[in-house]
Design a protein around this ligand. Structure first.
Ligand code: ARG
Length: 445
């Protein structure tokens, strides 16, 4: 049953056997493993390394094994060391000696390197599609909320007025960058390690260009030792996923804040909020909290992979088996989080009146007052000082900047303020005046 054993006099102990096994988690790679083996067999046939009959038997049976696994007619048994052993053993059980020829010119080292790369590549493409869907949802909200005014914050203190559209555009930019990071990663990853053998290639006249093409890669990798021990692409992908999670967690945090009782900027629809077992009034933003909470899994994977690869001598070492479990979890987690964030965003009611009303306090148009004073010929630093005093006056009288009478302004500003200040510092004018590229007035055009 083992793919090795000829040189051993005694059997591997049960405890060492279990410790060594990866079938529990690498069974996930059955599709990639079979796909890689089929490409390898086709190439062996084309190069006359094995004869046509044997190759056809192998290819047909591998296709059958794939079907059987998918229809659950063949259950991947935990008794095997890993998925490669399982599939090769089943193949040999079913077609006998021909099956024993599949591994000609190949090692499990290039085989597993290939399987992981294929899996990562297809996961990356899938994640990218989910990201596109999220971007589309955000974009729809951006188009819808160009006139939804709200405060922009720094230090979680009200700063300057913006639109909801502008706020969400910031997330659009973040997820767009994530998309481009994924495509960079894909570009670098797109080289096929099959044919690298254990570490030093093979003496058989294999055709690596053929297998690379057959498996949808741009080209074969350059160096056999690097091919079997490289996991940079995986680390890079998990890094991309970490940034996606960081972005999702920032958005989640804002959703949680906006949903809090005192903010009340948004309501989350019943289908995407949860209750409390004791407090009957509760409607909690658990989905956003869970996204925020799951970030650690992905960051953890990044550190785990970096640490596993650190100081690892060339070429293959069993440490590399540790590239799978946490990575699989991270990949699944991120896809789920992008998907559910998309759903959540589609199930939020934006309390546009509350958002607008929230611009009323916190002196968010203070910068506009300073800019008005600058227009009257006062240097900005002096204008800033004057507005500081105006704010103190407002606080003393418990008034907002739009409510403060003109003569209060003019006592501080030596008579230069006119009635048009009230329009100049209004919400709409404040936003419309910010027309430069990248500003809220630009994005509402
Ligand atoms: N299960 C192993 C892994 O995931 C497969 C490669 C085994 N190679 C070896 N030389 N023991 O890395």
């Amino acid at each position: 049953m083992k793919l090795w054993g000829g040189r051993f006099k005694k059997k591997l102990s049960d405890d060492a056997n279990i410790f060594n096994q990866s079938i529990f988690f690498d069974k996930k790679l059955y599709k990639e493993d079979i796909k890689g083996s089929i490409a390898h067999a086709k190439m062996l046939k084309k190069q006359n390394i094995i004869d046509t009959n044997d190759a056809d038997l192998i290819i047909n049976e591998l296709n059958q094994i794939l079907k059987d696994i998918e229809n659950e007619n063949l259950i991947i048994s935990n008794e095997y060391e890993d998925i490669h052993s399982f599939i090769e053993n089943i193949l040999i059980d079913r077609i006998g000696d021909a099956g024993k020829k599949l591994h000609t010119g190949r090692s499990r080292n290039d085989q597993v390197a290939l399987d992981m790369k294929l899996f990562t590549k297809s996961d990356l493409i899938d994640t990218n599609l989910k990201l596109k869907q999220l971007l589309e949802t955000i974009n729809n909200l951006i188009k819808k909320h160009k006139k939804t005014y709200m405060p922009g914050f720094t230090h979680l203190r009200k700063a300057q007025p913006i639109t909801l559209s502008h706020h969400l555009s910031a997330y659009y930019e973040m997820f767009k960058r994530d998309e481009s990071r994924l495509s960079d990663t894909l570009n670098r990853l797109d080289e096929c390690p099959l044919g690298a053998g254990a570490l030093a290639g093979t003496i058989y006249p294999i055709d690596r260009d053929f297998t690379a093409k057959e498996l949808g890669f741009k080209k074969p990798t350059n160096n056999s030792m690097d091919s079997v021990s490289d996991r940079d692409y995986l680390i890079e992908y998990i890094f991309d996923l970490s940034i996606i999670m960081m972005h999702l967690s920032r958005l989640s945090e804002e959703i949680i804040i906006w949903n809090s009782d005192d903010y009340n900027y948004i309501n989350i629809n019943d289908e995407y909020s949860t209750g409390s077992s004791i407090m009957p009034q509760k409607k909690n933003p658990d989905i956003a909290e869970l996204i925020r909470g799951k970030v650690g899994r992905v960051y953890g994977t990044l550190i785990q992979l970096l640490t596993t690869l650190k100081s690892l001598p060339l070429a293959y070492n069993k440490d590399l088996q540790e590239d799978k479990e946490m990575s699989f979890d991270a990949m699944k987690t991120v896809k789920n989080c992008i998907y559910i964030m998309d759903k959540l965003l589609n199930n939020i009611t934006w309390n546009t009146e509350v958002l607008k009303k929230s611009c009323k306090n916190g002196f968010i148009n203070a910068t506009d007052v300073a800019d008005y004073i600058v227009k009257k010929g006062i240097p900005f630093r002096d204008a800033h000082e004057m507005v500081g005093k105006i704010i103190l006056k407002c606080e003393e009288k418990n008034l907002s900047l739009d409510e403060l009478p003109l003569n209060d302004y003019n006592t501080i500003c030596n008579g230069i303020i006119e009635n048009d200040i009230y329009d100049f510092i209004s919400l709409q004018t404040s936003i419309n005046n910010r027309k430069i590229k990248g500003a809220p007035g630009y994005s509402t055009l």
